[in-house]
Design a protein around this ligand. Structure first.
Ligand code: FPP
Length: 246
């Protein structure tokens, strides 16, 4: 098993869970079977991240663009999501996980929103890992929503435009209260951000693997984390500055 330094874990891990459809198609199975298997990987990653002491885990579960998939697939994904949340809320309580959602919830079916609200309420006082699901989420849409909120505040007279800083802008994003991700993992060989956390990923380390999401193992997750631990994060500074020589 890959060795990890427990003192150098990402505080916030974000994941684009890709390749469920291809995993199923390669096996002549329906795409939804790939999503069902994908849920098993979600369980494994949530458990591992929480056990390792990662503070924040954010999973891209359904994008704004995913609404244009065939209706049957969208419906099946929504059903899967409801089932997952209902079953997992108990485990979140046991593991002290606080549940959180980002994205445009107005577009989600009423039943899904109801279950999300229950999970949010039940886990609200938990103090362990924050598990965020990005649902009906798009980074550009989120940035526009933040801009609209700020414009409203300017219009109603409470906010002077020159007071809009990066910090204030970030506080109007869905991710308010979450630190920026330190590491982004994307599975299935695609090397794109695909409209995920556009603002927040500014300084994130990116890790891509060819493995399809349903096939991701604990060791492959650890390898991604070990790869992250071997990197030097400079945030625009020089190496010498980072080790205090300059
Ligand atoms: C990408 O695979 C995955 C999704 C669009 C949805 C991810 C959903 C899950 C893992 C299951 C439900 C989630 C939770 C949190 C219960 P894809 O369909 O784009 O794969 P492809 O690129 O191979 O077609």
């Amino acid at each position: 098993m890959t060795e990890l330094d427990p003192t150098k874990l990402p505080r916030h891990l974000a994941i684009i869970m890709d390749g469920n459809g291809r995993w199923a198609e390669q096996r002549m199975l329906r795409r939804i079977v790939g999503h069902q298997r994908g849920v098993e990987t979600v369980r494994m990653v949530v458990e591992q991240a929480s056990r390792l002491g990662i503070g924040y885990l954010t999973l891209f579960a359904f994008s704004s663009e995913n609404w244009s998939r065939p209706k049957t697939e969208v419906r099946a994904l929504m059903t899967l999501l409801q089932k997952y949340i209902r079953i997992e809320t108990g485990r979140m309580m046991k593991n002290n996980i606080r549940f959180n959602v980002i994205g445009n919830r107005n577009d989600l079916p009423r039943e899904v929103n109801q279950i999300l609200d229950e999970a949010l309420q039940q886990t609200a006082r938990n103090t362990g890992m924050v598990l965020t699901l990005a649902l009906s989420y798009g980074g550009r849409q989120e940035i526009v929503r933040a801009a609209v909120r700020l414009a409203e505040e300017v219009r109603t007279g409470g906010l002077a435009p020159e007071r809009i800083t990066e910090e204030l802008f970030a506080r109007h994003l869905d991710t308010v209260g979450l630190p920026d991700p330190d590491l982004l993992i994307r599975t299935s060989g695609e090397m794109r951000i695909s409209n995920f956390l556009l603002w927040q990923l500014a300084y994130a380390e990116l890790y891509f693997t060819d493995i399809n999401w349903p096939d991701l193992t604990i060791d492959q997750l650890y390898r991604a984390l070990a790869d992250y631990q071997a990197r030097e994060r400079r945030f625009g500074k020089t190496s010498a500055q980072l080790i205090g020589r300059n």
